[in-house]
Design a protein around this ligand. Structure first.
Ligand code: PGA
Length: 250
């Protein structure tokens, strides 16, 4: 019913030359993928990656998007600019941006609304820190982040949205949430969506797990009923590893 979606998040890695090399390796490997395949790449590599993947099953995304159409926002990149170079997705509210670059629930909401306005599919990240999990606050945190991100987003627009549940303590640490922990929190996020939009809309939204997802743990994570995909950092930087995650059932 929900088509699984595996997305790479390259973060601040790969020059254009490196990006081209990786994509050329990856393209033939994933061409028969049964899931949606997305590469979210640095702004500077989007045009090159979009060109190389044009007639393929790989979609390209950005790692952020500005909340305004245009104007005095030094350093920001608008949704129209991203579409122009071939992006169709944008990660919004990644925990690294929340922690290091002042992203808040409010700015995540503004960026999400802007992405939707321009037909970019947002991959909205939510997730608790270790301190919040140990303090029993996981549900409170993901509820606040989910309600915040989608304020004034309509049920119809939610069909375009992907959510990535990424426990901050599992990102880049090699520590994965257990399959059950990940599924439980994702099911809870879906229940928050159900209370905002109704059960039918909530059942249609794809929710990924992210945080040290790799060739070794992807199969059992993906076997969980509420986990609809993965947002893959480290393991998306090597073609062979990312391909194994894309073929998580093999
Ligand atoms: P990781 O990163 O797979 O390297 O843990 C995931 C992410 O931050 O999206």
């Amino acid at each position: 019913m929900r088509k699984p979606i595996i997305a790479g998040n390259w973060k601040m890695n790969n020059t254009i030359a490196e990006a081209e090399k990786l994509v050329k390796e990856l393209k033939p490997l994933v061409k028969d993928a049964e899931c949606d395949v997305v590469l979210c790449v640095p702004y500077t590599a989007i045009a090159a990656v979009a060109k190389l993947t044009k007639k393929s099953n790989i979609a390209v995304g950005a790692e952020n998007v500005a909340w305004a159409d245009k104007g005095a926002f030094t350093g920001e990149i608008s949704a129209a600019m991203l579409k122009e170079v071939g992006a169709t997705y944008a990660i919004i509210g990644h925990s690294e941006r929340r922690q290091m670059f002042g992203e808040t629930d409010e700015t995540v909401n503004k960026r999400t609304i802007q992405a939707l306005k321009y037909g970019l599919k947002p991959i909205v990240c939510v997730g608790e820190t270790l301190e919040e999990r140990e303090g029993g606050k996981t549900e409170e945190v993901v509820k606040r982040q989910t309600e915040g991100a989608f304020a004034n987003v309509t049920a119809t627009e939610m069909a375009q949205v992907v959510i990535a549940y990424e426990p901050v303590w599992a990102i880049g640490t090699g520590k994965t949430a257990t399959d059950e922990q990940a599924n439980e929190t994702i099911a809870y996020i879906r229940s928050v969506l159900a209370s905002l939009y109704g059960e039918e809309t909530a059942q249609g939204v794809r929710i990924q797990y992210g945080g040290s997802m790799n060739p070794g743990n992807c199969k059992s994570l993906m076997a969980q009923p509420d986990i609809d995909g993965g947002l893959i950092g480290g393991a998306s930087l090597k073609a062979a590893d990312f391909n194994k995650v894309v073929h998580y059932n093999a």
